[in-house]
Design a protein around this ligand. Structure first.
Ligand SMILES: [Zn+2]
Length: 104
């Protein structure tokens, strides 16, 4: 097994796993075991890791996750309507002014 992705955000790790599932790549989510407790205070958020069984598909898995994450980031950005040039908030997939669909 090899680690292909890690994040402190469990939702992102689960999203990455679903991307791999879509390509029939088996993976498992592991909660990082934190060795010892620093200064007697337990850390609030442990990092979560995504591991892939099939060593032959590690590179493929990493690329899939990378491009999926880039896509997610892009979709969270405000965008410019190609029809009228209006600035549209990220949550809309269509321009409220001229009803042009988001193209990117
Ligand atoms: Zn528009």
């Amino acid at each position: 097994m090899r680690k292909v992705y890690t994040s402190s955000d469990l939702n992102l790790v689960q999203y990455a796993r679903s991307v791999l599932e879509g390509h029939k790549i088996e993976s498992v989510i592991l909660r990082e075991q934190l060795a010892g407790v620093v200064g007697g205070i337990a850390p609030l958020d442990a990092w979560t890791e995504l591991w892939v069984h099939d060593a032959a598909r590690i590179d493929e898995a990493r690329q899939l996750i990378e491009s999926a994450m880039k896509k997610t980031e892009t979709q969270q950005q405000p965008w410019h309507c190609l029809g009228c040039g209006e600035n549209i908030e990220a949550q809309f997939t269509q321009c409220w002014k001229c009803e042009t669909e988001r193209k990117y």
